[in-house]
Design a protein around this ligand. Sequence first.
Ligand SMILES: CC1=C(CCC(=O)O)c2cc3nc(cc4[nH]c(cc5[nH]c(cc1n2)c(C)c5CCC(=O)O)c(CCC(=O)O)c4C)C(CCC(=O)O)=C3C
Ligand SMILES: [Fe+2]
Length: 345
Amino acid sequence: MGRVSVDALLWLSFGGPEGPADVRPFLENVTRGRGVPPERLDEVEQHYQHFGGVSPINELNRDAIAAVEGELAARDMKLPVYFGNRNWHPMVEDTVARMAADGVKRALVFPTSAYGGYSACRQYDEDIIRARAAVPDAPELVKVRQFFDHPLFVEAFADAVRGALVTLPDDARLVFTAHSVPLAADNAAGPPDEGGRRYSRQIAEAARLVAGKVGVAEYDVVWQSRSGPPRIPWLDPDIVDHIEALSAQGVGAVAVCPVGFVSDHLEVIWDLDNEAAEKAAELGMLFARAGTPSSDPRFADLVVELVREHTDGVEPRKLSTMPAAGCTVNGAPCAVGCCERVTRP
Ligand SMILES: CC1=C(CCC(=O)O)c2cc3nc(cc4[nH]c(cc5[nH]c(cc1n2)c(C)c5CCC(=O)O)c(CCC(=O)O)c4C)C(CCC(=O)O)=C3C
Ligand SMILES: [Fe+2]
């Protein structure tokens, strides 16, 4: 890998509301043109209002950025970090405008998602394209690769899983979960010649790597947070249904690892700590949830290492043989037809 000089790092995330009045406009931004039924929006609005209309994602991002800034400073790397989001302030368009005004000519982009697929990867490329189109003299933006199989990502999750398992009896079942997507979206994930399903195959691979590190041979991979409408097939089973199925099989304890996410944002704390935990309690099952890597000190090391793959020619570390994908320049797809958006009927 070559060495390129960059002037900044752009931390690109999903965004979330910071107060009750932000919730509805935020949800309108998220679902614009995505065919999510209004009943589902009303329901999700309640989840956010339950936490005072504040998503934890913004503070989690600011904390993670502070840790990365610390790690960069410790290494004497002079790289200012900028923060921009797809769906809420600071909006990435405004952030890129500020970068241009500050004279940034070329920046690396760290997306807060480890995986491929439309929602987890390509949509961040669309954010980059939209932001650059809105800003005269926008910097060149180079997005770093997917990191679902990076040893630091896997080790952070493995420690979190160990932390959950020690609170449970020895026969607890380990269950990995990730955000569900429509089957059609998963089928279109990856370049056409790869046969699709890049997202679900990467989730399965990350789960295998984490379970292997912990030394657990049997585990499940399930899904969460689907948006419907019910007539469209999504990846399943859902975590809550799966907990019921495990209970019916006589399983008495479950450790849940949200391997599909980097931080304890709202979909993790609502759908797992609330809904899944409640279902387990109702069935008399013990429940523990593993944490996510953004709060682990290794996460800052991971981000800096991904940066150094570009700036210092550091050899990419990967624990799987799946291709290192997702590195894009100015939002152009990493391969023709890769992770295309699937339009909903
Ligand atoms: C794969 C994936 C990730 C992981 C990759 C990544 O991290 O980027 C992710 C992350 C997140 N999703 C989030 C929030 C939401 N996602 C929604 C809707 C959707 N997500 C989808 C997929 C994903 N989502 C899909 C296919 C939809 C259907 C509509 C569409 O096709 O676009 C909706 C609409 C209401 C609803 O139906 O739930 C909300 C509010 C938040 C922020 C939470 C917070 O505020 O803390 C985060 C980090
Ligand atoms: Fe989502």
